[in-house]
Design a protein around this ligand. Structure first.
Ligand code: NAP
Length: 498
């Protein structure tokens, strides 16, 4: 038996009722024509797309593939462990996966196990929802020194993503960490570094991360923004949470809070910006006074941009970040205030740097990609063959989520994004675009299973994930946590195969 057959027979077993659903008495005349849809990526954008597709078309058969053996993308590996309420959405996604017209194929990598053109030939519609699994880089000297990580790597590490379980960030040899960027991801990583470990112990943070954080010597975290407090990219709820951490002193320079007419104008136009600014101002005056010895410190540094990473004496690990002071200038093209260097520099000593300046999507072979914006060029989710004005639509190819609009927005933002993309698919199907007479037959799920079998790809069905899930929950119970995640590729595959 080929390596993948055990899974194959189980999946086909689940599918049988669908495959034999041919003409039956009193039903055949109105049975909707099948529409085979493949969604690549099982994060929020992928699952919302599957959900809307199943609801929007009675004949839709939706297969979701993911390179990980586990579903839910950023909800599992991105959302902070101390934000369990954000993860509740997996219940909704699990109900989608349980729909008889939906199947999950974990452990299948687009571009390695199956190509985009193979998917294209097999499905009426292919929806790319694989998000942003890489990082923007600063492109400044010293970026590869030890002790510098992207925030994504650090987040994946404490959340047990199998690609980052061996990161082992050194939290023991320094008292200062620098986080570059002031978005919500920056706040997440700063909060995890500073939060009381007893509070973290009851979350689904991985055991190894909790141990490392318990042994951490980091007392000071610097959140560095290249612009001012009015432009901080975080949102009010997340800011309020970090400002309220137990036993953490907040340090903000009063002089950084002075505003210009342009700042006031920005705040008039954005409630979120005004709220963030107000919270920072309040925190600056509330925390100005006492310092207790055992208190940790969170420093908000504004108007500073990183220009160089300076090695420690050993020459190979990070010792300090060189920062250039900035001022804001209006950009004529975008109308935004941008940071401009002043030529005045200072060094900020640290032993850990987390670069939190944004995630980055990567293209796969055969996919049009706008390198400057880091997105797939698209028209309401329909993939375009280039960014030019004369671009044409790639029939049957769609995009959703961060790959469609860039790496911004919360979980719920993907719902509207998915609705737009699904509306485009349904419209195209109605117009007959997805089934031109000249086109060969699309086999959908049976075609996918054949390709995976031929290539000996051992995929993990949703029932495999359910085994991982129950093992993790059982292990968590013993530690008084919601779950103890399995964090290695081998461990996950073994658990799925139990
Ligand atoms: P983000 O919100 O876009 O923030 C990126 C930060 O990096 C900004 O402060 C930006 O400053 C800075 N930056 C970018 N390029 C830089 C450079 N070359 N040098 C210095 N600084 C630079 O991205 P994110 O924090 O990765 O978050 C991604 C999305 O996920 C956001 O929409 C966020 O709200 C969401 N998210 C939400 C939650 C939550 O709701 N709890 C949690 C995590 C993430 P400028 O503004 O000057 O460009």
């Amino acid at each position: 038996m080929a390596r993948g057959l055990w899974f194959l027979s189980r999946a086909v077993g689940r599918l049988r009722p669908l495959l034999v659903q041919g003409p039956t008495r009193g039903f055949s005349a109105s049975a909707p024509e099948q529409l085979h849809v493949c969604v690549v990526g099982s994060g929020p954008a992928g699952f919302y797309t599957a959900d809307r597709m199943l609801k929007g078309h009675e004949g839709a058969q939706v297969d979701i593939i993911d390179r990980l053996p586990t579903p839910f993308g950023l909800v599992r590996s991105g959302v902070a462990p101390d934000h369990p309420e954000t993860k509740i959405v997996v219940n909704q996604f699990s109900r989608v996966a349980a729909n008889g017209r939906c199947s999950f194929f974990g452990n299948v990598t687009l571009g390695r196990d199956i190509s985009l053109s193979e998917l294209h030939k097999t499905y009426h519609a292919v929806v790319l929802a694989y998000g942003a699994e890489s990082d923007r880089s600063l492109g400044i000297p010293g970026e590869d020194l030890r002790g510098i990580h992207s925030a994504r790597e650090f987040v994946w590490w404490y959340n047990g993503h199998p690609d980052m379980c061996d990161l082992c960030p050194d939290l023991k040899n320094t008292e200062s960490a620098v986080v570059l960027g002031q978005g919500n991801v920056a706040l997440d990583v700063a909060r995890i570094l500073l939060r009381c470990k007893a509070e973290l112990a009851t979350t689904d943070i991985t055991d190894y991360a909790l141990d490392a954080l318990r042994g951490s010597t980091i007392r000071k975290v610097y959140l560095v923004g290249r612009r001012g407090p009015v432009q901080a990219a975080c949102t009010a709820k997340e800011l309020r949470e970090i400002l309220g951490l137990k036993n953490v002193r907040i340090c903000i320079k009063e002089s950084d809070l002075l505003t210009t007419p342009a700042d006031e104008e920005e705040m008039r136009n954005s409630r979120i910006q005004r709220r963030v600014y107000e919270l920072l101002s309040k925190a600056a005056s509330a925390h100005g006074g006492n310092n207790y010895n055992d208190q940790k410190e969170l420093h908000f540094l504004f108007f500073r941009r990183p220009t160089r990473f300076i090695p420690a004496e050993n020459g190979s690990t990070i010792g300090a970040v060189q920062l250039e002071k900035t001022v804001l200038k209006g950009d004529e093209v975008t109308g935004k205030q941008v940071a401009v260097g002043t030529g005045e520099f200072e060094d900020l000593k640290c032993g850990l740097v987390l670069k939190s300046i944004g995630y980055k999507s990567l293209p796969v072979q055969g996919l049009p990609f706008d390198k400057n914006r880091g997105v797939v060029p698209n028209l309401r989710g329909r993939v375009l063959n280039s960014e030019s004005e004369t671009a044409t639509v790639e029939r049957g190819l769609y995009v959703v989520g961060w790959l469609k609009r860039g790496p911004t927005g919360i979980v719920a933002t993907n719902l509207h994004c998915a609705e737009e993309t699904v509306a485009s698919i349904l419209e195209d199907d109605k117009k007959g675009v997805l089934r031109p007479p000249s086109d060969s037959k699309k086999h959908g799920r049976t075609g996918l299973l054949e390709i995976l079998e031929q290539k000996n790809v051992r995929f993990v069905p949703f029932s495999g994930w359910e085994k991982i899930d129950s093992m993790e929950k059982m292990a968590g119970q013993l530690r008084n946590k919601p779950r103890e995640k399995i964090t290695t590729w081998d461990g996950l595959q073994k658990a799925a195969n139990e």
